[in-house]
Design a protein around this ligand. Structure first.
Ligand SMILES: Cc1ncc(C[n+]2csc(CCOP(=O)(O)OP(=O)(O)O)c2C)c(N)n1
Ligand SMILES: [Mg+2]
Length: 371
């Protein structure tokens, strides 16, 4: 195991060799981080005012997701994401409205309100497995996709992401083991944000790191500064190169910190020492990258303000648009399972619609989630 990979120090000064990225790509990475933070803020407001049921904050961990996403080629590659990783979608240019349609579970939500908020399902702009709540299940799914692509002779690579707590799941074990044996073209990116809800890393594992866990499966492990978007990009793109060259999987541990609650239902002040927040605030991935981009002449204060303002406006407009749409029709609970709905389901659907119509009761639960 080598030392932790870092390219930008906490002030944004270069301490390692920066990857050769075009200005447009660097700015796209920056915008994706800004968008994720603005999305977080909007969703927190919407949840606190009772308009949506739930959200998952990403403050502090955005660079891990964006650095990983930027290393993937939408023409060939797949992403099998963790739920705290939707910054990846912002990098790849997802429609904001589609994201808010999911947050409101409205009639245009492509899961028709059947999923929890932030559990996005998209087939574009990059091949993306739907986000699932049971931890670690995306890991064997990702390996399956990777093995299938290898068998078909396709050159795609799969990036799968998960949290530190998810390394304690069976999915992590079976996924890494199978990938090691099959030399699958997959990259495992563990977002070590130090917490699994209120369980700290010190109680999650006695291993020296999460990266070291690859060794038992014959999968090389690397540790990277997860608040340094360029270092994450470098680690993931090196692992992608290995995978594409037929050299098998890599496990990357991105060390970062969750700068807020687990979800909008959580109160981190009950278990996180406030000193830790103050300490990690100094390593903020957004400030660090912004300082770097300004020093390199890619950004200036005026542009920084303009990007922040246009992002906040776009979030507000997309959220308003999604909020104004109706809920999915009640009958949609029964659709999409069978091409031809069986008679017994059809009967149940009519009975259900009639039941609510008779009670003159709008289906309007507040939709609060306990997690
Ligand atoms: C298999 C499974 N066990 C338990 C849970 C309940 N649960 C939801 S989130 C969470 C913590 C996950 O921590 P981590 O993997 O570090 O991800 P993070 O939330 O920090 O991004 C737990 C235990 C679950 N969703 N799935
Ligand atoms: Mg975690």
């Amino acid at each position: 195991m080598t030392d932790i990979l870092q390219i930008l120090d906490e002030t944004g000064a270069k301490v390692g060799k920066a990857p050769r990225l075009k200005r447009d790509t660097l700015l796209r990475m920056y915008r994706a981080i800004v968008q994720t933070r603005a999305f977080d803020e909007r969703c927190m407001n919407l949840q606190r005012t009772g308009k949506i049921g739930f959200s998952i904050p990403n403050k502090g961990v955005e660079a891990t997701s964006v650095g990983g996403a930027a290393a993937m080629d939408p023409d060939t590659d797949w992403i099998a994401p963790h739920y705290r990783d939707f910054a990846m979608m912002f990098y790849h240019g997802i429609s904001l409205e589609g994201m808010f349609d999911n947050m409101f579970g409205n009639c245009d939500d492509n899961a028709q309100g059947r999923q929890m908020p932030v559990h996005f399902s998209f087939l574009e702009p990059i091949k993306w497995l739907s986000i699932s709540s049971p931890l670690g299940t995306q890991i064997p799914n990702a390996v399956g996709v990777a093995v299938a692509m290898k068998k078909r002779g396709e050159k795609g690579v799969v990036l799968t992401t998960f949290g530190d707590g998810s390394t304690s799941t069976l999915g992590f074990h079976s996924g890494l083991n199978f990938a090691g044996v099959m030399k699958a073209p997959v990259v495992f990116l563990c977002q070590n944000n130090q917490w699994a809800i209120s369980c700290p890393s010190s109680k999650q594992t006695k291993a020296k790191s999460y990266a070291i866990k690859g060794e038992a499966y014959g999968v090389p492990g690397v540790q990277v500064d997860g608040n340094d978007v360029l270092a994450v990009y470098r680690a993931v793109s090196d692992a992608v190169k290995r995978a594409r060259a037929g050299e098998g999987p890599t496990l990357i541990e991105a060390v970062t910190f969750r700068m807020g609650g687990h979800s909008t239902s959580d109160d981190p002040s009950r278990y996180v020492d406030p000193k830790l927040f103050a300490e990690w605030e100094k390593r903020d991935p957004l400030t660090r990258f912004r300082n770097f981009l300004i020093a390199e002449g890619h950004l200036d204060e005026e542009k920084v303000t303009a990007i922040a303002a246009e992002t906040a406006d776009a979030m507000m407009a997309a959220a308003r648009q999604a909020e104004s749409k109706s809920r999915p029709p009640l009958g949609s609970i029964f659709s999409d399972v069978f091409a031809q709905m069986p008679v017994h389901l059809e009967q149940q659907m009519h009975a259900c619609i009639q039941h609510f119509a008779q009670r003159d009761e709008a289906v309007d639960e507040k939709g609060e989630f306990p997690l």
